[in-house]
Design a protein around this ligand. Structure first.
Ligand code: CO
Length: 510
């Protein structure tokens, strides 16, 4: 079907639309390879040329996606028989392409360019401010970014909450009020649990995790775990980077990354398991729908649920270590030879208030997110000035954790997100934890002997359940509906709190 001639039937328009959208996705996946290469193997002096390559591809993809002809094809499909069945592949694609097309075309070009310009400059200023622990360096940039994000939210349109407009980028269908309804009770339940743990008599011996764990053997152990969970290394890789991520390049090509520290058992191991969870999702997406919403991950909060489920609910569980601890002892006989399973299990489940989000444990992690969620809303609404962020941060942090950051590098300057314009991104991390616990509880009901399976090193039933209920679904449903359909209940804090209480109360002798 000639793309230049007017398509004559809705079905022909749909096919022309999909061809264009897949072309955009192909360009984006080329950028994905270049990005992965930049983080792994590119020589340092290639950076400037690589930036040019990535900018050219991003510009080309944006131009193709916002082409008015794409909008015409979409309009020629909407309301026709092609999309009559709401959960059909075509209807899902049309619905999600409409959402993405409208968002991509609603922002004036000057605003897009100004955000790109300011955030690229702000990144360096943030790096400098964090290194010197001096918020004054970053303050004018945060002011500019908040003002630009306010404009962006107003361009998208919203019913009173600018935060809603920005959330839509990361978690389609989520609203501020809905998040508050889940995060509020979560906060109220987490704070007393943390207080109880802080006062508990038992304490893990974390020093065993700082013994010598040779890096080559850490990599081996991580590969063994990922393969046991079902990660296909014929369709994926594991490489080394400074900041771990997973890159789903396309069907048959999913790339995990991690970093190693000889004196830290957990850093690499749990990051490999985490990224493997993302990778299993990417490997489970329907390949024949690649490049269209029907074949894409539903949201960041659902993607993160897959990484957290494997990292925390499987990878930090006692049944898993019943199987895997003897393997770890075999790989690290010097470090683990005198350690019991119980001692090891407690050490990888250490809970304590700490300043840095990325180092936080299962209990405190979500409090770090709730703090950011509250501050971001106040910034966007204009209630909180950028200049007042450090004070507001420290006051709320102390109230939640009982400790006060010594400086802003330990406080409001620790994360990269705001410098890149990523406001409203943080909630997806906590949603990942909440979704993971609720999905895992449902999986446990469907597979009653899950613990016995893990203890035998069998993870295939769990993966098959995730494939069927989550991975193969692409974007058929919005995240809140998916959770309702798969678990039979709306998302709530209860499954996560039930998991945390059942795990940590006995561990800490409470
Ligand atoms: Co993740």
């Amino acid at each position: 079907m000639g793309d230049h001639s007017m398509a004559s039937t809705p079905q022909e328009s749909y096919e022309a639309l999909i061809a264009r959208v897949q072309e955009v996705a192909t360009l984006q996946s080329c950028a994905g390879v270049l990005h992965w290469d930049r983080e792994t193997y590119m020589p340092p002096r290639g950076a400037a040329h690589r930036a040019g390559q990535l900018a050219a591809l991003a510009g080309l993809a944006h131009e193709k996606f916002t082409d008015p002809r794409l909008g015409e094809l979409l309009a020629a499909v909407e309301g026709t028989d092609v999309v009559a069945e709401p959960e059909s592949d075509a209807a899902v694609n049309a619905r999600e392409l409409r959402r993405a097309y409208d968002r991509a075309t609603k922002l004036p070009r000057e605003l897009v360019e100004e955000i790109a310009r300011v955030t690229s400059l702000a990144h360096g200023e943030w790096v400098d401010a964090r290194r010197r622990a001096d918020f004054r360096i970053f303050r004018p940039w945060l002011e500019k970014i908040v003002a630009l994000k306010q404009q962006e939210a107003d361009c998208y349109g919203h019913e009173g909450s600018r935060y809603d407009a920005l959330l839509e980028d990361y978690e389609p269908g989520a609203t501020t009020a809905w998040l508050e309804g889940v995060f509020g009770p979560l906060r109220d339940a987490l704070v007393p649990l943390l207080e109880a743990i802080k006062g508990a008599p038992a304490e893990p011996d974390v020093s065993i995790l700082a013994r010598s764990y040779p890096v080559d053997r850490q990599e081996l152990l991580g590969r063994v775990a990922a393969a046991a969970f079902g990660f296909d290394f014929q369709a994926g890789r594991l490489d080394t980077v400074a900041h771990p991520f997973c890159s789903g390049i396309g069907p048959g090509d999913t790339r995990l990354t991690t970093r190693y520290n000889e004196r830290d058992f957990g850093d690499a191991f749990f990051s490999i398991v985490h990224e493997c969870g993302h990778g299993l999702y990417d490997q489970g997406l329907p390949a024949d729908h690649w490049g269209t919403p029907r074949g894409q991950a539903i949201s960041l909060g659902i993607h993160e649920s897959q990484s957290r489920l494997w990292e925390n609910l499987v990878g930090r569980s006692l049944p898993f270590w019943r199987y895997f601890f003897p393997i770890a002892c075999h790989v690290f006989p010097e470090a683990l030879g005198d350690v019991s399973l119980g001692t090891f299990y407690f050490s990888i489940n250490d809970v304590r208030p700490s300043f840095i989000r990325v180092d936080a444990d299962e209990v405190t992690y979500n409090l770090h997110i709730i703090l950011r969620f509250e501050l971001e809303q106040a910034l966007l609404s204009g209630e909180l000035a950028a200049a007042d962020v450090p004070g507001a941060w420290n006051e709320r942090f102390t109230a939640m954790f009982g400790i006060t950051p010594a400086n802003d590098a330990e406080g409001c300057l620790q994360d990269v997100h705001w410098s890149g314009g990523g406001i409203a991104y943080f909630p997806t991390y906590a949603l990942g934890n909440l979704n993971a616990a609720q999905l895992f509880a449902a999986a446990r009901e469907a597979i009653p002997d899950l613990d016995e399976q893990f203890a035998r090193g069998t993870f295939g039933d769990l993966l098959a359940w995730l494939r069927e209920n989550i991975h193969s679904q692409g974007m058929v449903h919005r995240p809140p509906q998916l959770i309702q359909i798969v678990t039979g209940k709306p998302l709530s804090h209860e499954p996560l709190m039930a998991h945390l209480r059942a795990k940590f109360k006995p561990l800490y002798g409470l």
